[in-house]
Design a binder for this molecule. Structure first.
Ligand code: CP
Length: 314
C-alpha cells in the first residue's frame, strides 16, 4: 500500500489484513512498554487544515508507539494562514524529509491531489477530506464491529451478513461514505436512514438501501446503529425545521435504544452533539462503543502507518 486515500481502493483481503495487523497493534497497547521500534528513523507529518481531536491525536500516538518522529502541523499558526499554497507547503515538508503525510482538508480530493502531484515523495493518508472520505475512521469502525461480534476470535474474519444502519447527516458525512464502501466490501448490509434533505440527491451506485423511518429501522433489529453528527459547520441552509424536531424523528433517544436487541451496538464517530442526534444515556449506555472506537483508532492508525512505511506484515 503506497497511500490510503479512499476505502473504495481497499480490497477485502487488504481490509482483513489491516484489521488483523491492528489486532497485533492492540496487543502492544496491553504491554507495560507500549512501543515498537518498527518505524525508527521515519518521519510522520500530521497536516491538519481542519480541526480535529481524535484523528490528529491518535495518529500522533500511533506514530510514536511505532517509534517514528512526529511533526504536528496545523493551518492555524503556520504559514498557511498567510496564504501559502498546498504545493509550497508540500514541497517544504518534502525538504524536511517527511516519509508520510496525514492530511485533513476541507476540500474533497485534496489528499489525492497531494498523492498525484509529485510535489512530495511520501505516503499520503487521508484523515478526512471535505464531504468525501475518512478511511481510517471506517477502518476503526469495522475493527470495532468485528471485535464486538467475534471477540478474541476476530482475526481473519470479515463482516458477512452483519446489518449496519447509518443514521443522520449522510449528505455531509465523509464517515458515511468511507463506511459504505468498506463495510460492504467486508460483506455487511448497509442501510441509510435520514431526512430526505440530508441525503444526497442520488444514491445510485451506492450499495445501500435508503429509508426515512428510524423507528422502523430500530424495530428491524440491526446489529449496528451508527449515529452521524449533524455537521452544522457545513450547512448553508435549513435542512430540518429545528433541533427538537430533528431529535424527535431521527435522534437515538433512550426509548429507541431500549427497543434495540441487547446485542446491538450503538456507534458514533464523534464529536457528538448530545441531545441532538444521540441522547446522553444512549451515548453512555453499555451498548455504546464510542470510547472503544477512540481506543481502536490508535491500533488502526498504527496498522496503516506500518503498512505504508514498512510495506510488510508485522
Ligand atoms: N471522528 C473524527 O474524525 O473526530 P475528530 O474530528 O475529532 O478527528
Amino acid at each position: 500500500m503506497r497511500h490510503l486515500l479512499s476505502t473504495k481502493d481497499v480490497t477485502r483481503d487488504e481490509a482483513i489484513a489491516l484489521l488483523d495487523i491492528a489486532e497485533d497493534m492492540a496487543d502492544v497497547a496491553n504491554r507495560e512498554v507500549k512501543k515498537l521500534p518498527t518505524l525508527r528513523g521515519k518521519t510522520v507529518v500530521n497536516l491538519f487544515f481542519e480541526d480535529s481531536t481524535r484523528t490528529r491525536v491518535s495518529f500522533e500516538v500511533a506514530a510514536k508507539r511505532l517509534s517514528a518522529d512526529v511533526i504536528n502541523f496545523s493551518a492555524k499558526g503556520s504559514s498557511i494562514s498567510k496564504g501559502e499554497s498546498l504545493k509550497d507547503t508540500a514541497q517544504t515538508l518534502a525538504a524536511m524529509g517527511a516519509d508520510a503525510v496525514v492530511i485533513r482538508h476541507s476540500a474533497s480530493g485534496a489528499p489525492r491531489v497531494l498523492a498525484d502531484s509529485g510535489w512530495i515523495d511520501a505516503g499520503i493518508v487521508n484523515a478526512g477530506d471535505g464531504t468525501h472520505e475518512h478511511p481510517t475512521q471506517a477502518l476503526l469502525d469495522a475493527f470495532t464491529i468485528r471485535r464486538r461480534l467475534h471477540g478474541s476470535g476476530a482475526r481473519g474474519k470479515a463482516l458477512d451478513g452483519v446489518t449496519v444502519t447509518l443514521v443522520g447527516d449522510i449528505l455531509h458525512s465523509r464517515v458515511a461514505r468511507s463506511n459504505i464502501w468498506l463495510l460492504t466490501t467486508l460483506g455487511a448490509a448497509v442501510s441509510l436512514v435520514a431526512p430526505a434533505t440530508l441525503l444526497p440527491v442520488s444514491t445510485t451506485g451506492w450499495p445501500v438501501s435508503v429509508s426515512y423511518d428510524l423507528d422502523a429501522a430500530i424495530d428491524s433489529g440491526p446489529d449496528v446503529v451508527m449515529m452521524l453528527r449533524i455537521q452544522a459547520e457545513r450547512m448553508n441552509a435549513a435542512f430540518f425545521p429545528n433541533a427538537r424536531e430533528y431529535s424527535r424523528q431521527w435522534g437515538l433517544d433512550d426509548e429507541r435504544v431500549a427497543r434495540l436487541p441487547a446485542a446491538s451496538i450503538v456507534m458514533h464517530p464523534g464529536p457528538m452533539n448530545r441531545g441532538l442526534e444521540i441522547s446522553a444515556n444512549a451515548a453512555d449506555s453499555a451498548q455504546s462503543t464510542v470510547l472503544e472506537q477512540v481506543a481502536n483508532g490508535v491500533s488502526i492508525r498504527m496498522a496503516v502507518l506500518y503498512q505504508l512505511l514498512s510495506g510488510s506484515a508485522a
